[in-house]
Design a protein around this ligand. Structure first.
Ligand SMILES: *Cc1c(COP(=O)(O)O)cnc(C)c1O
Length: 355
């Protein structure tokens, strides 16, 4: 049994994996694999409908929003958002809080002006910029709720005069949010919702159709809404496994229950990092992520031997992103607190050995 701290594709609940494996051979007693039934079959339509219902329930999605399961990852949303919302020659506002935010704003530049309202680039994104103004003439304001690579997270959202578009790829379903505060929420499934291959989009219907631009069908939210995420063949398996994961989450008590667990997990791990003389946290304290915990060593020469110890203990995926170095423990919804304790014990054992 491994303790999977990988950043993405990330850990999924074991029972979900078992159900998914069964469905690959025989889906719900149909005698057919989930991989070989028609996406227009009643069986798959029920899966998609249930996935959409679960998203609406778990996030308390209000009236006037559509829930989509698309393809192309969060990276396609980087382009699809300005394609749909940013008029030619218009302006959009971006908070540059990391590399993903930067990639999103680069895509917006193909369609109009992408104004950076604030950046923490000068500090290698160790904090969330907070002191800035959002231009009232922007078509939308784009933020990244959790910066997967740097381990920073928005613990408070900014009031905005324009629709807020939020990349929630790495903290969707990890904590309670108010959907009504957002124009678009999007998230690649593979961090906290399911396997790679589908992207969740929650879009407020009345912000669409205002860019005056002609948009090819697959890139047009309106076509996707009208097609019920089935304008073309949807990623059936990724949607199926996402649905199972959302069902698992609901059975656990939904987002409020997992939020408590996530807080408890992050708290004990940061406490150990702060206490242990060999390690130090990377992110500014008030912006620390509850999903991706980034830390380095006071003595970088000890990093390799610590990774070796982790490997021996079945702790995988803790090597930090190359642009930050050190370690990153991704502690997504499906990671049990017992795995956190295994990591903490390894940190203590290592500190004892290297006194
Ligand atoms: C992983 C990640 C992405 C990229 O997602 P893809 O689905 O691979 O395109 C974008 N934004 C954030 C915050 C991420 O963590």
């Amino acid at each position: 049994m491994k303790h999977n701290f990988g950043a993405g594709p990330g850990i999924l609940p074991h029972e979900v994996l078992k159900q998914a494996a069964e469905a690959v051979v025989d889906f719900n007693g149909t005698g057919l694999s989930i991989l070989e039934i028609s996406h227009r079959s009643a069986e798959f339509e029920a899966v998609l409908a249930e996935a959409v219902t679960l998203v609406k329930e778990l996030l308390n999605v209000p009236e006037g929003y559509s829930v989509l399961f698309l393809q192309g990852g969060a990276s396609t949303q980087f382009a699809m958002v300005p394609y749909n919302l940013l008029p030619d020659g218009g302006k959009a506002a971006y908070l540059e809080s990391g590399v993903w935010a930067n990639k999103a704003l680069k895509e917006a530049k193909y369609f109009g002006e992408a104004q950076v309202v604030a950046t923490s680039k000068e500090s290698n994104f160790t904090y969330i910029p907070k002191d800035f103004e959002i231009p009232a003439d922007a078509a939308y304001f784009h933020i990244t709720s959790n910066n997967t690579i740097y381990g920073t997270q928005l613990h408070k959202f900014f009031p905005s005069p324009v629709p807020v578009v939020c990349d929630m790829s790495s903290d969707i379903f990890s904590r309670e949010i108010k959907v009504a505060d957002f124009g678009i929420i999007y998230a690649g499934a593979q961090k906290n919702m399911g396997p790679a291959g589908t992207t969740l989009v929650v879009v407020k219907d009345d912000i669409l159709g205002k860019s005056g631009r002609k948009i090819p069908a697959m890139f047009n939210y309106q076509t996707q809404i009208e097609g019920g995420s089935m304008y073309n063949t949807p990623p059936v398996f990724a949607i199926y496994v996402s649905m199972l994961t959302l069902k698992w989450l609901k059975a656990k008590g939904g987002v409020p229950a997992i939020e408590k667990e996530n807080e408890a997990k992050a708290k004990v791990l940061y406490e150990e990092i702060d206490r242990n003389p060999l390690f130090k946290a990377v992110a500014a304290e008030e912006d620390r992520s509850y999903m991706n915990v980034c830390f380095v060593m006071e003595n970088p020469e000890l990093e390799k031997p610590f990774l070796k110890l982790c490997d021996e203990k079945g702790i995988v995926g803790v090597k930090g992103h190359r642009s930050v170095g050190g370690f990153r423990a991704s502690i997504y919804n499906a990671l049990p607190i017992t795995s956190i304790h295994v990591l903490i014990d390894a940190m203590r054992e290592f500190a004892e050995k290297n006194k």
